[in-house]
Design a protein around this ligand. Structure first.
Ligand code: TLP
Length: 347
């Protein structure tokens, strides 16, 4: 049997492009803790410019970018209001409590967007009994909502409300470029309402390592200090920033291909008895729910794995498939064909 391996676990599995590898080899570098790495500085300035903010900070991961933002925006003991399925609350190992000392106020939402009404209800008065509310976070695109793009009018309304309530605002924009491509809007427009935005270079944009955090110059100075506390001050990081620059400026152009493949994959899987595809596929994620008798997400992941197709379960009944730079049309056709056979044989 041929050795098939189609990796749909995440867009984090993408490998650097040939142009990135060349740029990494040739990057001009310096010690970035002294602010002397010209390539890192160029990446930070470019990110700030593309996202319409004053300044930027290169960090080693999305998790570090979000945590540095939490540390820079808040004091320990304050409250952060965020979606119950957001990455910061669900997947960041509790860093907000363990390291930033924050009290999370998770809000259940339908597709990741907390409404202005929900926010007003959640924010309590400044009373001696309550932790002071300090920060409001959103995520766009929303990972656990299947790569859903937040409606920009709702984002603007709720962020405006957060501001009226005296909260700072942060956007986990790990996949903000996917949202911008879907909405055919400049990324700066989607970033505009927020005080700070984190964007990942190492997901669909295919850089090997890194994320950028952007905001006001004053906020970035605080975040730079937070990054140092977290051990994230890097030295000749220009070798990584060189790949990041290509990710930021060249790679968004092709994200539409990933979205088209995800839609085609969803259509194919939707027609297979025993599987259901959750919601409308807007960007590069497909959430498949297993409805077949005797099946659950773990069994589906295992069956796919035996056929050389790698996926991740995200709940007892749901599996996530993510398209990215290394997934071709042939891969999509193959996954659909293999799955049809697999589910038919299982009966
Ligand atoms: N998400 C990963 C896993 O951690 C679940 C993935 O495979 O999707 N924000 C969002 C919205 C994310 O999806 C991720 C990564 C992060 C932040 C964290 O980025 P990294 O992995 O660079 O720390």
């Amino acid at each position: 049997m041929e050795n098939l391996r189609i990796d749909l676990r995440s867009d984090t599995v993408t490998e650097p492009t040939p142009a990135m590898r060349r740029a990494m080899a040739e990057a001009e570098v310096g010690d970035d803790v002294y602010g002397e790495d010209p390539t890192v500085r160029r990446l930070e300035e470019t990110a700030a410019q593309i996202l319409g903010k004053e300044a930027g900070l290169f960090v080693s991961s999305g998790t570090m970018g979000n945590l540095a933002a939490l540390l820079a925006h808040t004091q320990p003991g304050q409250e952060v209001i965020l979606d119950a399925n957001s990455h910061i609350f669900y997947y960041e190992a509790g860093g907000l409590a363990r390291i930033a000392g924050l009290m999370p106020r998770p809000i259940e939402t339908e597709k990741g967007c907390i409404t202005a009404q929900q926010l007003r209800q959640a924010v309590r008065s400044r009373d001696i009994h309550f932790p002071p509310p300090a920060l409001f976070c959103l995520e766009n695109t929303h990972n656990r909502a299947g790569g859903a793009v937040l409606p920009q009018d709702e984002v603007e309304a709720v962020v405006e409300c957060a501001r009226e309530l005296g909260l700072r605002t942060h956007l986990d924009g790990a996949r903000l470029m996917n949202a911008a491509v879907f909405q055919n809007q400049p990324p700066a427009r989607l970033a505009q309402p927020f005080d700070s935005v984190m964007l990942c270079l190492s997901k669909g944009l295919a850089a090997p390592v890194g994320s950028v955090l952007v905001g006001s110059a004053e906020f970035i100075a605080q975040a730079r200090r937070a990054r140092k506390i977290l051990g994230g001050g890097m030295r000749q990081a220009g070798v990584l920033a060189a790949a990041g620059l290509i990710a930021l400026t060249e790679m968004p152009k092709r994200l539409g291909e990933d979205h088209a493949r995800a839609r085609r994959l969803a259509e194919g899987l939707r027609s297979i008895a025993g599987l259901a595809v959750k919601g409308e596929v807007q960007t590069n994620m497909v959430i498949v729910e297993v409805t077949a008798e005797g099946w659950d997400a773990a069994r589906l992941v295992q069956a796919w794995r035996s056929a050389g197709i790698l996926t991740n379960a995200i709940s007892p009944q749901a599996v996530r498939l993510v398209t990215h730079y290394q997934i071709t049309d042939e891969n999509v056709d193959r996954v659909i064909a293999v799955t049809e056979r697999m589910m038919a044989q299982a009966g």
